[in-house]
Design a binder for this molecule. Structure first.
Ligand SMILES: Cc1ncc(COP(=O)(O)O)c(C=O)c1O
Length: 369
């Protein structure tokens, strides 16, 4: 966010910026959502809604899950949240207690670690790096359990941020079964579902009903600022989530919920966004090795290329600051995602405009050579 802020400041100063640091689509919400929002502003009161979300939206999300994953999901199992960030808070509070040990792969999305720590959980990061294909598996969990028998929870994301790596369906099935067998509560972050390039992503609920599934309107649905997400909740945690949701936020934003209902009429527009990401991805995967960045994470999903920049620096934070100051190209430092080896990595976002990305790589290439 600091680099993002510095890039925006530079833009405000009238200096050129090529922003590849953003973790969000450059597009706004799809047309049916904008239309529904405008209608709702005219015809609805925009008051509080039910704490778990309006019934029609919960039903629409359940239908979306049934359509995408071919598995049964009922509206009562869906909780609408203030983005997936709000869903994490509810999920972690409902599932874990102070002192619980919760594991997450490294590199991974930093907010898991920070939210869990703020709630008094003990976070155990385990290495899931280039040599391991950036993808967690049961062997890693076995190794972790051997040294940490108190393991209470596991948070994974597929596709992952920052690496774009995915857990294949059969491996996810094994992870789900392993967690159930060992009493480890799985929180599956599925926020990048729909933004995939090598086949669709599998959902944890295809293989069991003990996990908490987190999802959002932010990425595939291109609605970051609307702060809308959802949680699929196992029966045993329904009551806790219900009470927490009502007390923490009263309800998710009403206008966003009414508008979000129309997101499920927007698949063609949203798939066109993904087609654009796919082109940008090809551009980066071809161009980065040509400028000396050869070691890249898989980028099978999401909209990031996580690149080993250790040919150029051992301090990615200082490096991305300098690159921004010298060239206007904004990147995210790996240190955010991996406190141990992230100093050797930078994340390139390809959610933006293809021409800007191409220009950024050209400028960076000249700078590095
Ligand atoms: C893996 C992952 N999970 C969750 C989030 C939070 O998204 P939101 O709160 O907008 O749903 C992000 C945002 O970048 C993310 O990358």
């Amino acid at each position: 966010m600091q680099i993002f802020g510095a890039a925006e400041q530079r833009r405000a100063d009238g200096r050129p910026v090529f922003n590849l640091a953003a973790g969000q689509p450059s597009t706004g919400a799809p047309a049916p959502v904008l239309q529904a929002a405008s209608n709702a502003l005219r015809t609805e009161r925009i008051g509080y809604t039910s704490a778990l979300g309006i019934a029609a939206l919960r039903a629409a999300i359940a239908q979306h899950c049934r359509d995408w994953y071919g598995t049964s999901v009922e509206a009562e199992q869906v909780v609408v949240t203030t983005g997936s960030s709000g869903a994490f808070l509810l999920a972690f509070l409902a599932a874990f207690s102070v002192g619980d040990v919760v594991a997450m792969p490294r590199p991974g999305y930093p907010a898991y670690r920070n939210i869990l720590a703020s709630l008094g959980c003990e976070v155990r990061e385990f290495d899931c790096r280039a040599e391991q294909g950036f993808s967690p598996d049961v062997a890693m969990l076995e190794a972790l359990l051997a040294v940490e028998p108190r393991l209470a929870g596991l948070v994974i994301a597929s596709p992952n941020n920052p690496t774009g790596s995915m857990v294949a369906g059969p491996e996810l099935a094994r992870i789900v079964a392993w967690c159930e067998q060992h009493g480890v509560r799985l929180v599956s972050d599925e926020i990048y579902h729909g933004v995939t390039y090598a086949g669709p992503a599998a959902s944890a609920w295809q293989f069991g009903r003990q996990s908490l599934v987190v999802n959002s309107f932010s990425k595939y649905f291109s609605m970051t600022g609307w702060r809308l997400g959802w949680l699929l909740v196992p029966d045993a945690l329904q009551d806790a989530v219900d009470r927490l949701a009502a007390n923490y936020t009263i309800c998710p934003p009403a206008l966003s919920q009414l508008a979000g209902l129309a997101a499920f009429d927007a698949y063609p527009e949203l798939d066109a966004n993904v087609a654009r990401y796919r082109e940008n991805r090809s551009l980066l995967l071809t161009a980065l090795p040509e400028i000396g960045l050869h070691r890249l994470a898989p980028a099978d999903g999401a909209f990031y290329v996580y690149a080993d920049v250790s040919n150029f620096t051992e301090d990615s934070m200082g490096w991305v600051r300098k690159v921004l100051a010298d060239t206007g190209v904004a990147l995210a430092p790996g240190l955010d995602f991996d406190t141990e080896l992230g100093h050797r990595y930078a994340r390139f976002s390809f959610a933006g405009d293809g021409t800007e990305i191409a220009a950024a790589v050209e400028i960076l290439g000249r700078y590095l050579s």
